[in-house]
Design a protein around this ligand. Structure first.
Ligand SMILES: [Zn+2]
Length: 89
């Protein structure tokens, strides 16, 4: 049984009831933040909780949300790499 988990990009920050809130899809999962920065800090915390960390892509250098030490390339680079070497991650 695999527990449901969120992947990169599912969390968004937006206005909610006069403050800022963190949304997951259309669901409000955290609210009452007085600044975007505070809400984004919550998003970072959620990513860490999900086992994701920000890394620089080894190919293009862009920041992306990495699932772990094995995950060093952003999605576009991984898509490109698999054209060359099938099975590359
Ligand atoms: Zn890349």
């Amino acid at each position: 049984m695999i527990a449901p988990r969120h992947t990169s990009g599912e969390y968004t920050v937006g206005r909610y009831q006069g403050a800022y809130a963190v949304f997951c899809g259309c669901e409000v999962i955290a609210r009452g933040y007085t600044s975007v920065a505070n809400a984004e800090a919550k998003v970072d915390a959620l990513h860490r909780q999900d086992g994701l960390t920000e890394r620089d892509c080894i190919r293009c250098g862009d920041e992306f949300m990495s699932e772990g030490a094995h995950h060093r390339m952003c999605a576009p680079c991984r898509a490109g790499a698999s054209d060359i070497f099938d099975g590359a991650v």
